[in-house]
Design a protein around this ligand. Structure first.
Ligand SMILES: Nc1ncnc2c1ncn2[C@@H]1O[C@H](COP(=O)(O)OP(=O)(O)O)[C@@H](O)[C@H]1O
Ligand SMILES: [Mg+2]
Length: 264
């Protein structure tokens, strides 16, 4: 008898070229399900590009991506059913006068065929998603009036409303205050442990989530190291990822990689 372990994400030899430059070089990784995985790397390492390639919005020059066994590039809409995506918050338009509930509804409506009609069930699901991230009291507020951490929680609700099996998050802790970072970290861990949702986040700073991470990968165009955080948070590996300028401070089981890079 063979026991097959379900894989949430498999990437084989993925290479991406943008503007004639090789941005990702033969990236391979394989994640079980459910998993809490994080990818760290300096600014320009290709983290956002990797997420967009997993989503099927950037086409690689070679390689394959599978989500729950479905090949993404040839079946983007099939594979996307499994995925919730939380884009980098500073890359989205924040001044659009949308109410919080409408932002969450977009997570359902954008997946519908035209005409995209909002049903009362969509509203109910969106309110449930807001409840889950502790933001249901803000449903009628303007999204642009919220703090960074509150906006991030709403964007997570928007990604969760379609009930994904894996959640991809791009720099979820950027411009989010410490309390909200802790809240989000615990929320992501709860999603994995209680709701069987796999988490893959990319960030230049993972200290808030380090205790929850099953698999950490360092990326800088290539995958430089894969392992548990305490296994790969090593001076020699960090120098490979970030260059000579990095200093590592370990304190109370946490690792702080100090670099010149502040915004990933
Ligand atoms: N559309 C594009 N055309 C050309 N180069 C791009 C494009 N998007 C990103 N890049 C380049 O790809 C590299 C990786 O970018 P990105 O994936 O955003 O890195 P990260 O998210 O790790 O900071 C950067 O050097 C960036 O300038
Ligand atoms: Mg990025």
């Amino acid at each position: 008898m063979t026991i097959t372990i379900q894989k949430s994400l498999e990437i084989e030899n993925l290479s991406v070229v943008l503007g004639h430059r090789l941005i990702l070089d033969k990236v391979s990784l394989s994640l079980p399900h459910p998993v809490f995985a994080a990818i760290m790397g300096p600014n320009g390492a290709g983290k956002t590009t990797l997420l967009k390639t997993i989503l099927g919005t950037i086409r690689p020059i070679s390689g394959k991506v599978y989500l729950f066994g479905k090949e993404v590039l040839n079946n983007p809409s099939e594979a996307r059913k499994f995925v919730g995506y939380v884009p980098q918050r500073d890359k989205i338009v924040r001044y659009v006068p949308l109410k919080v509930i409408d932002v969450v509804l977009m997570g359902l409506v954008s997946r519908k065929e035209i005409p995209r009609i909002v049903t009362s069930n969509d509203v109910r699901l969106s309110l449930e998603a807001l409840e889950y991230v502790g933001m249901s009291n803000y449903a009628s507020e303007l999204f642009s009036n919220l703090s960074g951490g509150q906006q991030q929680r709403v964007l997570i609700a928007r990604a969760l409303v379609s009930k994904p099996k894996i959640l991809l998050l791009d720099e979820p802790f950027n411009a989010v205050d410490a309390n909200a970072q802790t809240f989000i970290a615990e929320l992501l861990n709860k999603l994995k442990t209680e709701s069987n949702v796999s988490i893959l986040l990319v960030s230049h700073d993972i200290n808030t989530v380090v205790e929850y991470i099953d698999i950490l990968m360092f990326l800088n165009k290539k995958i430089i190291a894969v392992g548990k955080p305490h296994e790969i948070f090593r001076d020699d590996i960090l120098r490979l990822v970030y260059g000579k300028g990095v200093r590592v401070i370990t304190e109370k089981g946490r690792c702080y990689a100090l670099t010149g890079d502040t915004h990933g």
